[in-house]
Design a protein around this ligand. Structure first.
Ligand code: 4AD
Length: 430
């Protein structure tokens, strides 16, 4: 590890100080007998200047380096209001770690090309900002979960059955048997509450979704919570407190990264409990009132959700969905057996669903019936059904799609930009 300072830590009040920096050539231009190199590292950028009169050798080397070359620079700090960060390095030493003659990504690259060379696209400070925001959102989530008494658990990814419907399962050979990639850790988290009561996990989840929308990946990072003794209304409170903390803390720690992507902070600032709550029935009324062709009992897709989000300036809940459009494990509403005790959280500004949550069916016979009604075999869920035989308790939980939340916070046009190496039906490489 070299002893260096980070670009963003070089400030005008360090005038006269000698520093060593290491990073990549972000921009370069030559003016007379000077070479200006804007150096980039993980923290940001700083301008370095190589004058022939100061060091002929360093000037000659700097003249030769190409964009995205890796270099180590030494020099003296000088305040200069004309420099991009108000300060520059009068450089007298340069070590070219690797020279790059031509970097494949140029200004006019298409989105598809950027994804083809995603491994190189990760040089971009904009991409780094997205990844920093994502990391900070999870850091915030961990802070909140710790102080609210939730245990982190580590569920399996190789599984034997579906949680969210067989149609989106990725199948694989497991020696002489069939296994699947997990769609959700939920069933395992439900098992864990009997010893730990409040549990959470962050796992990759897999969905063989052919749908090419701006909010679907085949592999995404899933933050899931499951709490014993909680009903739907309790878990909705947990959801809004957690999401609010994640957003407010990220605003506090990553304001400048967020500013790169969005100018208006209204909806983020509005992300404080309680979030508005509307029933599915009300949602259908609103949509019909706006001329949308939708009947009670139909599922809302991305288009319907987008229209609904126009009514809100913060994340909000839609609760009380019809039973037949939701998953088998959701608890039937005791006041209306056509419905389940489920709620989705929708992000505003057109983004729509970021969380799916529900109270779980805790009655053995009802759960068996739901499994049969869905055309599934209770034998495949034997261990899960056991949880309703040995000390069953009311419980609720939810899953948050991390890329969807990041995409909304940064107003990205597709969730794929919120992941390091996106996986979609057409993309498995790099
Ligand atoms: O609504 P979903 O399918 O719910 C579940 O998987 C539950 N078993 C979770 C639970 O209760 N523990 O997915 C939850 C969230 C969605 O709201 C969405 O944010 C995200 O996961 N998600 C996806 N994100 C990206 N690409 C996909 N294909 C996604 N599918 C779901």
């Amino acid at each position: 590890m070299i002893d260096k300072v980070y670009c963003a830590d070089v400030r005008p009040d360090m005038e006269g100080k000698r520093v060593k920096l290491a990073g990549w050539v972000y921009r370069k231009r030559e003016v007379g007998k000077k070479v200006f190199i804007v150096l980039r590292d993980s923290s940001g950028i700083v301008q370095t200047i190589f004058k022939k009169e100061l060091s002929e050798k360093a000037y000659a080397e700097a003249k030769k380096v190409g964009i995205e070359s890796s270099i180590i620079v030494e020099g003296t700090v000088k305040a200069d209001p004309r420099a991009p960060t108000g300060v520059e390095i009068q450089a007298d030493k340069i070590e070219v770690v690797q020279n790059v003659d031509f970097f494949p990504i140029t200004k006019d690259a298409s989105d598809e090309f950027l994804l083809d060379v995603r491994h190189l696209h990760l040089h971009s400070p904009k991409v780094a900002s997205i990844m920093k925001v994502k990391a900070t959102m999870m850091q915030a989530a961990r802070e909140w979960l710790l102080q609210d008494g939730w245990y982190e658990v580590f569920p399996p990814i190789l599984v034997t059955g579906a949680v969210e419907g067989g149609a989106t399962l990725f199948k694989l050979k497991y020696f002489d048997r069939t296994a699947y990639l997990s769609q959700s850790a939920q069933l395992y988290l439900e098992a864990a509450i009997f010893g730990l009561e409040k549990v959470w996990s962050l796992t990759p989840s897999f969905r063989a979704e052919k749908s090419r929308t701006r909010r679907h990946l085949t592999e995404f990072w899933h933050l899931e919570l499951e709490g014993a003794w909680m009903d739907l209304w309790d878990i909705m409170k947990v959801e809004e407190e957690l999401v609010s903390y994640m957003v407010q803390r990220t605003l506090e720690l990553r304001k400048s990264d967020i500013e790169t992507f969005r100018k208006d902070f209204t909806t983020l600032k509005n992300t404080v409990p309680p979030f508005p709550r509307i029933s599915y029935d009300e949602a259908i009324d609103i949509l019909q009132g706006k001329g949308v062709n939708i009947e009670w009992g139909e599922d809302m897709g991305a288009d319907e959700e987008r229209i609904l989000t126009q009514e809100f300036e913060s994340p909000f809940f839609v609760y009380g969905y019809p039973k037949h459009i939701k998953a088998f494990y959701m608890k039937e509403d005791p006041d209306d057996p056509r419905k389940v005790l489920a709620a989705d959280m929708l992000a505003p500004e057109g983004y729509g669903e970021v969380i799916g949550g529900s109270q779980r069916e805790d009655d053995y016979d009802k759960l068996v019936q739901r499994i049969l009604d869905e055309g599934m075999d209770p034998k495949d869920y034997e261990w899960y059904l056991d949880l309703r035989k040995y000390g069953s308790v009311p419980h609720s939980g939810f899953g948050l799609g991390l890329e969807r939340l990041v995409a909304w916070v940064l107003k990205l046009d597709h969730v794929r930009w919120a992941t390091l190496f996106p996986r979609t039906p057409s993309r498995l490489y790099p």
